[in-house]
Design a protein around this ligand. Sequence first.
Ligand SMILES: Cc1cc2nc3c(=O)[nH]c(=O)nc-3n(C[C@H](O)[C@H](O)[C@H](O)COP(=O)(O)OP(=O)(O)OC[C@H]3O[C@@H](n4cnc5c(N)ncnc54)[C@H](O)[C@@H]3O)c2cc1C
Length: 289
Amino acid sequence: MTPFSFHRPATLDDAVGVLATAGPDAKIIAGGQSLLLALKERNARPNSVISIADVPGLSGVTETEAGSLEIGPCTTYAKLAKIALPGWHAEIPAVAGNLADRSVRSMGTIGGGVCEAGVRFDMPTLLSGLEASFKLTSARGVRVLNADAFFNASGGTYIARDEILTDITVPALPHWSNVAFEKFRFRTFDAAIATVAGAVLFAPDGTVERLRIVVGGVAKAPVVAIGTANSLKGRSLGAIFLPGVAMRVSNEVLPPENAVTRGQKYQSELVISLAARVLTRLSTGVHAS
Ligand SMILES: Cc1cc2nc3c(=O)[nH]c(=O)nc-3n(C[C@H](O)[C@H](O)[C@H](O)COP(=O)(O)OP(=O)(O)OC[C@H]3O[C@@H](n4cnc5c(N)ncnc54)[C@H](O)[C@@H]3O)c2cc1C
C-alpha cells in the first residue's frame, strides 16, 4: 500500500468539497471491499481516500410518493437483503442476499458495486435491467444518468472524477409487470460467470408491451439485447418457444462468430440457459428467492 491522506467528512457538502480539491488521484471509499483489495495489490494508488461511510442520507431505502425506490449508495447488501419490498421490487433484496459471502455482504455496498462495475457483479446487470437511474453529486451540481448512460461499454462508469453517487432510483412497480434475475457461479461465494436480468411490461391483453433483457459477464459492461426484446413486442410470451428466444438473446450479445474459444462457447451456452430461465419466470410471474 502506498501512503495516502484519509478524510472522513461528516456531510455531503464536505465530501464533495474535499473531493473537488483533493486532486485527480483521490478515491471515495464506502465499504472498502473492492478498494482495499486494489490498494493492497497496488492496482490503486490514491493520494487521498475519502470515506463516505459517515455521510448522513446515503444509506437506506425509501419509497417516494410516486412509488419509485430511492436506494442510498452506502446501503450494504446485508441491509438491503433484509428489506421487505412488494411485487417485483422484491427481486432487489433477493439478489443482494444471494451474492458473494456474508462478510462481503455485511461491508460491501450497492453503490460501491455499481461504481466499481465489475463485469461479474450482479447489481450492474439487475439495475440496468430495471432501468434504474443514478444521481451523481459534485461541487458543480447534480446530474442523473440512466443505466445505459451510466455504464461505460469500455468498462467502468461515466462518473466524473469529482462526482459521488448519491442515489439509485428504481422505477415504481407499474413500470414493469414482472422482473427476473438469474446467474451462474461455480461456488456459492464466487462471482457469477454470467448474469441475465429481464423485465417485462404486459399490455392489458397480456401481450408484451415492453421487454428489456440485459446480460452481464459477456462484455466490459452489461449488454442490452435490444433487437430480441423489441421483436417480442405485441406477442404473448406463453405462445412463444422461449428456448429459441433465449438462443437469440445469446447470439445477439455474444455473436457466434466471436465465440471461438471454449470459454466463450461455454459462456454462450450459459447465457442461453439463464435467458431461458429468465423468460420462463417473466412469463409465469415467479419471483426468485
Ligand atoms: C470476495 C468477494 C466476492 C465478491 N462476490 C461478488 C458477487 O458474487 N457478486 C457481486 O455483485 N459482487 C461481488 N463482489 C464485489 C462487491 O459487490 C463489491 O466489492 C462491493 O459492492 C463494493 O462496494 P464497497 O462499498 O465495498 O465499495 P468500495 O470498495 O469502498 O469502493 C469500490 C469503488 O467504488 C467507488 N465508490 C464507492 N462508492 C462510491 C460512491 N457512492 N460514489 C462514487 N464512487 C464510489 C470507490 O472509489 C471504488 O473505486 C465480491 C467482492 C469480493 C471481495
